[in-house]
Design a protein around this ligand. Structure first.
Ligand code: ZN
Length: 97
């Protein structure tokens, strides 16, 4: 899979400190980064179950019970929401301090 690294920086103004290996990809391309989210934001968007189910399949995923309980936009456990620019699917990355 070839990722278009050069486009990454054009798509993500002001988002520093992100590690390339954590940047989500879909349809052979980098996803668009939308911002930090918690469970509340995912509920508002109506995509909570969809992105959590997909997230839970990752090898290094936190247990879903913990994510549902502790995921806050500005919390110690925070979600990073991405969207594929090709198939328009949402994807979630979770990071905890
Ligand atoms: Zn896609």
């Amino acid at each position: 899979m070839i990722l278009k690294s050069d486009e990454l920086f054009h798509r993500t103004p002001g988002y520093l400190g992100w590690q390339d290996e954590n940047w989500l990809a879909c349809c052979d391309d980098y996803c668009q980064y939308l911002g930090r989210v918690g469970i509340d934001e995912l509920n508002d968007l109506g995509i909570k179950d969809e992105v959590l189910q997909e997230y839970a399949k990752r090898e290094d995923a936190y247990p879903l019970e913990e994510v549902e309980e502790y995921l806050y936009k500005d919390g110690d456990m925070s979600g990073y929401l991405f969207k594929c620019i090709h198939c328009n699917k949402y994807h979630l990355w979770v990071d905890a301090n």
